[in-house]
Design a binder for this molecule. Structure first.
Ligand SMILES: [Zn+2]
Length: 160
């Protein structure tokens, strides 16, 4: 089971939202995302704010401990991902539970019910399927997903 921590991701580190969702975390990525909006969402919905912006960490709500900010230090994406995984001690055992596009919780589907929508190779080689209730995208643990999880595992084990 993935931890209950939830996130709101600033546009300046937007790619991280997708990876958080791959790990199964609830990661909001608001379109209107000026600093005030990000802080409002973080406070109202009890979300950890992930940003590259150092100014936001000086906010009163942060100093008072009302909200938590992860200030991403590096420009390099791989380093950003590594910081996120190690600093927050993210759980890599879960995942495969959230739509990377719309952040919705996926629902399990029986193979027989989605068979028509599957490429033949996937039909033959997979047995577990999930569907996004919002965009109806089907998920299975394919190569792409496996590769992303292995990359995260590698990052976590690297020496810093
Ligand atoms: Zn979706």
């Amino acid at each position: 089971m993935v931890a209950e921590r939830r996130f709101v991701v600033d546009v300046n580190v937007g790619r991280l939202a997708k990876w958080l969702r791959v790990m199964g975390y609830d990661a909001a990525f608001p379109r209107e995302n000026g600093d005030n909006e990000l802080v409002r969402i973080a406070l109202q919905e009890d979300r950890v704010l992930v940003t590259r912006d150092s100014g936001i960490a000086q906010r009163r709500a942060v100093r008072l401990g009302q909200m938590k900010v992860v200030r991403i230090e590096n420009d390099d994406f791989r380093s950003q991902l590594k910081q996120l995984v190690t600093e927050l001690k993210l759980d890599l055992a879960g995942g495969f539970s959230r739509c990377v596009r719309c952040n919705q919780v996926l629902q399990p589907r029986l193979k027989q019910d989605v068979a028509r929508r599957l490429p033949p190779y996937v039909f033959q080689t997979h047995s577990q399927f999930m569907e996004c209730p919002q965009c109806c995208r089907l998920y299975w643990r394919g190569t792409h997903w496996t590769n992303m999880m292995s990359e995260l595992e590698r990052l976590r084990q690297e020496d810093s």
